[in-house]
Design a protein around this ligand. Structure first.
Ligand SMILES: Cc1cc2nc3c(=O)[nH]c(=O)nc-3n(C[C@H](O)[C@H](O)[C@H](O)COP(=O)(O)O)c2cc1C
Length: 404
């Protein structure tokens, strides 16, 4: 696998030499690109000696017109020849340029020409990191599906204590290498993901719903697509763009979600039911808006279709992964769901009693498996958790086949 290591002009630039070596130790070929500011902190010679390859620094070559032209198209070639772009350290300025699509140096121009996974490891002073401008750029880059390895807390070069330190090079290299190894391990699979809440109408203008943001399901769809699967995403209403390259089926109600899922069941090999489907819906939805009165009113509710249970009955040898949000007895609740719905795995996460936690970009879960194991996953971005879920799902399928 070939990686571009982009280095920004920050104090932590010296650590990217260690990162280049760590990436190479994991079997990657590394092409280093330095920003002009990075060259003030570390010399191209260091990287050339470490990687044995020419280091790219300029968008405009200083020689003849031909040299300038070949340099100008080099970024397209570099973008096409590589499997992953890692930027470490990502400076605040680079975050702004990448978020906004500037192309004023070799690294940012290459980024725009790049279609494969991007891993960003920011490092900066705590106040720079916490500044709303940086956080807004971070949100844009995260929404674009890039893997963000957040800075760690500690004493910074400026003397402040707080988040801002570049993540350890070995950790960055591990994440990059695992992305690469997994790029194609879902090839040939059709993965069906349900995501988001459902909306059950009360009348033409009101509905019952829940706090699900859809972020976990969208992260799963994105991870599956990046690992080579054909992906069908059946989603309730959320504020997220559909991930690139997936078959996107928007729905509102549990009944619509059930129909979409059953319609595509025949094509799928792995099903992940990450949606927070309403358990009840109003029995008879009035044609007109319910008027306010001084009287107490009650709603008559019927259960919605139990999509997971129906999938459990019809799944055959498909891998079925359910999700359980619990406010107590996490693992016991997940085991019970696994048994009663005939799932192969249940991803259980503890939600706070006040209902917060759904909207977070991070998650902390326990994977409860049909084999009896319960695997806790430490708090991490949902995109990283999504990869761990697929890692375990593939292992589990091998174990289940071996046991047959
Ligand atoms: C001594 C010094 C240390 C710096 N350290 C950082 C840093 O750790 N993180 C950061 O985002 N910017 C840092 N900067 C600011 C960047 O160098 C500056 O924003 C530069 O334009 C970044 O260019 P680049 O993003 O193209 O590499 C530092 C500047 C100086 C002079």
């Amino acid at each position: 696998m070939n990686a571009i290591l982009g280095v920004g002009g920050g104090i932590a630039a010296y650590k990217s030499a260690e990162l280049a070596r760590a990436l190479m130790e994991r079997g990657l070929r590394v092409q280093v690109v330095l920003t002009p500011a990075a060259e003030r902190f570390i010399t191209p010679l260091t990287f050339a000696a470490l990687t044995g390859r020419k280091v790219i620094t300029d968008l405009f070559a200083s020689g003849s017109a031909e040299e300038t032209l070949s340099s100008a198209i080099e970024h397209i070639a570099v973008a096409q020849d590589n499997d992953v772009l890692v930027v470490a350290p990502t400076t605040a300025d680079l975050m702004a340029r990448l978020a906004r699509g500037h192309a004023n140096d070799f690294l940012s121009t290459t980024y725009l020409a790049f279609t494969v996974p991007v891993v960003l490891a920011p490092a900066m002073n705590t106040n720079m990191w916490m500044h709303p401008a940086t956080q807004e750029n971070l949100a844009i880059l995260r929404k674009r599906g890039h893997v963000i390895i957040e800075p760690e807390e500690g004493i910074l070069a400026c003397g402040m204590t707080g988040p801002g330190r570049l993540a350890e090079p070995d950790r960055i290299a591990d994440i990059v290498a695992s992305l690469g190894l997994k790029l194609h391990d879902l090839e040939g699979e059709t993965v069906l993901v349900t995501a988001g809440p459902t909306q059950e109408p009360l009348d033409p203008v009101r509905y019952i719903s829940n706090r699900s943001s859809g972020k976990m399901g969208y992260a799963l769809a994105q991870a599956a697509a990046q690992r080579g699967a054909r992906v069908i995403l059946v989603s309730g209403p959320v504020q997220l763009p559909a991930p690139h390259g997936v078959l996107f089926i928007p729905v509102h109600t549990a009944a619509e979600m059930r129909n979409a899922v059953m319609e595509h069941l025949g094509e799928t090999s792995i099903i992940l039911k990450a949606a927070a489907v309403a358990d009840y819906h109003v029995s008879r939805v009035p044609q007109h808006k319910i008027k306010k009165t001084a009287m107490r009113m009650s709603l008559e509710l019927d259960p919605t279709p139990d999509i997971l249970a129906e999938l459990g009955q019809k799944k055959g040898d498909r891998l079925l992964v359910g999700f359980a949000a619990e406010t107590e007895n996490l693992v016991a609740g997940a085991r019970q769901k696994l048994e009663s719905k005939n799932c192969d795995m249940v991803v259980a996460n503890l939600v706070n009693q006040d209902g917060t936690g759904f909207e977070s970009d991070q998650n902390e879960v326990v994977l409860v498996l049909r084999t009896g194991e319960a695997i806790p996953l430490a708090r991490a971005p949902k995109r990283e958790i999504a990869d761990r879920i697929f890692d375990q799902a593939l292992k589990l399928r091998l174990a289940l086949h071996a046991a047959q």
